[in-house]
Design a protein around this ligand. Structure first.
Ligand code: ZN
Ligand code: ZN
Length: 384
């Protein structure tokens, strides 16, 4: 496992520890509890808590929106995969929240709770963490199975190289905000409480930029394109997310960078279907092959293999090729390849073939009496 690639795939309902039919109120309560527990202000410097916080915020963002929730219920994480045009499409989809959206949700729920006096003082809110970015990467089926390295280009905000995130022109200093006197907050009375509100003039920074930096115009960041080598490990599947810590957008005023999530979209294979790490396919055989037995060659993902079909093979019988499936993600070992043979009934026959079949039929006896499915399905036992 690489140090930076952190492969995760989480069910939103599991993240919030709620049932799939949870009401809006239950969702809200669950999210509020988790968000309080993991809020960065309460766990300074604890990146695990920060990850948890982001995870449950993402989950809540989707599940609290009726449309997004319906889409998620139907299509899972894939619901938020589609809108960008496949490989190379930059940060498409509306699925994952960026920091801005999460902030909005949080604001709705908690009001200005975390801005009131405690926690970080007014001035420090000037430094903000950068937004997380999402990049949709489309892979060939085989690339997901065996792993691949792909160079991607990510356009993102980076700390301005000229003012180093300060926002002011060289040799100039930001001036104290006259609205709040540099405190970054304005206090007012509300009932019994004295409420502090972020200063609207300086946005809580306590300072104003009088001579903005020429390069970033005081924004403190510039847009730039960055190349990242994505190392996709063997065994990933649809919607696997790879997190690159600190590869998202830089924060304003030199704040820490957000994370980059590379979300994988895996193309379908011509005939193999995945069931976890097992591969499945169907192999048609003729009635004479099934009745007399035969040897068949099948192309696996790693070359040709021979399957011995014994005499008297029934349609639907499965043959398991051990270890010819998909490698387990971040683990040793592989899944299996399961080949189901299906006996094909010929639809077009020549007169000669019909005569032969009639002759055969006269020698055969079949009891056309009903039997239970369970009994009949016994023929579907798996052969190794
Ligand atoms: Zn600048
Ligand atoms: Zn101010």
């Amino acid at each position: 496992m690489s140090a930076t690639a952190n492969v995760t795939k989480v069910d939103f309902y599991e993240v919030l520890s709620v049932s799939r039919d949870a009401s809006d109120q239950e969702l809200k309560t669950a999210y509020r509890k988790l968000a309080m527990q993991y809020h960065p202000d309460r766990n300074p410097g604890d990146t695990a808590a920060e990850d948890k916080f982001k995870e449950c915020s993402e989950a809540y963002q989707v599940l609290s929106d009726p449309e997004k929730r319906a889409a998620y219920d139907r299509y899972g994480h894939a619901a938020f995969n589609g809108s960008s045009s496949g490989a190379g499409g930059p940060f498409g989809g509306g699925g994952f929240g960026n920091a801005q959206d999460l902030g909005d949700i949080f604001g709705d729920l908690f009001g200005e709770m975390f801005n009131m006096g405690g926690g970080r003082g007014g001035r420090s809110s000037r430094v903000q963490r950068g937004r997380d970015l999402r990049y949709d990467l489309t892979l060939e089926f085989e690339e997901a199975v065996f792993g691949v390295e792909r160079e991607i280009k990510v356009r993102r905000s980076e700390t301005c190289p000229d003012c180093h995130g300060d926002g002011t022109a060289k040799g100039k200093q930001p001036v104290t905000c006259s609205q709040c006197g540099g405190r970054g907050q304005q206090r007012y009375q509300q009932g019994f409480f004295s409420v502090a509100r972020t200063c609207s003039a300086c946005g809580g920074t306590g300072t104003l930029i009088s001579d903005p930096c020429q390069t970033c115009h005081g924004e403190t960041r510039v847009q730039s394109e960055h190349q990242i080598l994505v190392k996709v490990p063997a065994g990933v599947e649809q919607d696997t997310r790879i997190r690159y810590q600190g590869e998202g957008e830089s924060g304003r005023f030199g704040g820490p960078a957000g994370d980059l999530y590379v979300v994988l979209n895996v193309k379908a294979h011509k005939f193999f279907e995945r069931d976890g790490d097992d591969l499945h396919c169907v192999l048609p055989i003729s009635f004479p092959q099934a009745a007399l037995g035969t040897e068949l060659e099948i192309q696996t993902l790693e070359g040709a293999e021979t399957i011995k079909v014994p005499e008297g093979t029934q349609s639907g019988r499965e043959f398991k090729l051990k270890g010819k499936g998909v490698p387990h993600l971040n683990e040793r070992g592989k899944g299996d390849l399961i080949v189901e043979v299906r006996v094909q009934t010929p639809a077009k026959l020549t007169r000669q073939q019909k005569d032969l079949l009639r002759q055969l039929g006269e020698t055969m006896e079949v009891e056309n009496t009903p039997t239970s499915r369970g009994l009949f399905d016994k023929v579907r036992e798996i052969f190794n």
